[in-house]
Write a protein that binds this ligand. Sequence first.
Ligand SMILES: Cc1cc2nc3c(=O)[nH]c(=O)nc-3n(C[C@H](O)[C@H](O)[C@H](O)COP(=O)(O)OP(=O)(O)OC[C@H]3O[C@@H](n4cnc5c(N)ncnc54)[C@H](O)[C@@H]3O)c2cc1C
Length: 402
Amino acid sequence: MDKFDYVIIGGGIVGLSVAWTILENRPHSRIAVLEKEEGWARHQTGRNSGVLHSGIYYKPGSLKAKLCREGNRRLVEFCKQYGIRYETCGKVIVATTASELPLLENLYQRGIANGLAVRKLSVSEVKEIEPHVTCTAGIHVPSTGIIDFVGVCQKLVELVASRGGETRLGTRVQGFRAQGGEAVLETSKGILAADWMVNCAGLQSDRVTKLAGAEPGARIVPFRGEYYELRPERRSLVRNLVYPVPDPNFPFLGVHFTRMIDGSVHAGPNAVLSLKREGYGRTSFNFGDFVDTITYAGFWRLARRHARAGLEEMHRSFSKKAFVLSLQKLIPEVCAEDLTPGESGVRAQALRPDGGLVDDFLIVKGPCAIHVCNAPSPAATASLEIGRVIAQQIRCCETILT
Ligand SMILES: Cc1cc2nc3c(=O)[nH]c(=O)nc-3n(C[C@H](O)[C@H](O)[C@H](O)COP(=O)(O)OP(=O)(O)OC[C@H]3O[C@@H](n4cnc5c(N)ncnc54)[C@H](O)[C@@H]3O)c2cc1C
């Protein structure tokens, strides 16, 4: 049986950041990253908006606010050091009706409270930055950027491997027992043991937590986000990033325009319930995932509370016209012919039994294990910092044990 000091489950940006951080702190550790797919970053990390968030949206003092801001800074440093594509292009967030102005003001105050150099913009100032946008006012967030998250993962894999870490693809963790102070993991490619297991399984994180005898206190409910792409000849409608003011009751940010690091411009994502955790089409279905969602009381409580918003999102999923209408609130010149269907992603959002969405990152300790139970956006931006926090937690536990 192979024996490691640390085994990380999940080859997305969070798992790889954790592995690299541990090796940075303890260069001689025996470490393995296990990923069930045949490639890295195949789920949330490789299917997102590619935005390096600033941290403006999050409650001051929350893990999201702290780790996002510092994570942004550290990822920029990382990209500079290793030649990975990124651009700190800034973004505008705009109110499109007078009724949104108080929400925009709240967001501005939150940006200040989070220590960001946000700036209020008049209509003409917005137009100087994004000439095709229509609004009643805006704010500029200079530290937001765009980045190649998959490129970051490839570099992390290289760094982990160059320091002796094992990076194993096609290896699914399917059983766990804590035995004699060790985590014993049953995988699709045999059994291995470790002093610590770190669960960074994204859309499967609640299941892995339970498998390992811990209680996540929440269940992952998958929300698909669908994108359209602007035809190349219409990309000039958007210079950088254009966002609406988000609904404060909903963690998702509303459909927006994003210039990607490859030059394409994406519009979206919406947020619809997905009937398969790792399924990316409208008809993707998995019986077990579906049953897990509909037998969860928390889901029905959420559904009752946000029935209207949920139905609107579903309508927007099936009706391109409705999607375009939402986009036209930001850029009236956009029309259906400008947009072609793009990729989609599925968000792993933890939901409490009372129907409340877990707002902050959630990290839970179990026997010989640490579980990342909620790492939705901006966890890709915050990934290096999430890695730092987990490495620190492991160090604290090891100090107590010795
Ligand atoms: C539509 C969308 C847009 C987003 N936009 C942004 C954005 O612009 N900026 C930002 O910062 N964040 C964004 N996010 C959030 C961000 O993508 C995620 O927070 C981040 O990628 C989470 O990384 P992860 O490593 O936890 O999860 P993942 O990338 O999902 O990785 C988890 C990995 O675990 C593996 N795994 C699962 N179970 C097992 C098992 N039993 N054994 C072995 N391996 C297993 C999976 O195969 C997967 O590769 C967005 C997310 C979505 C879905």
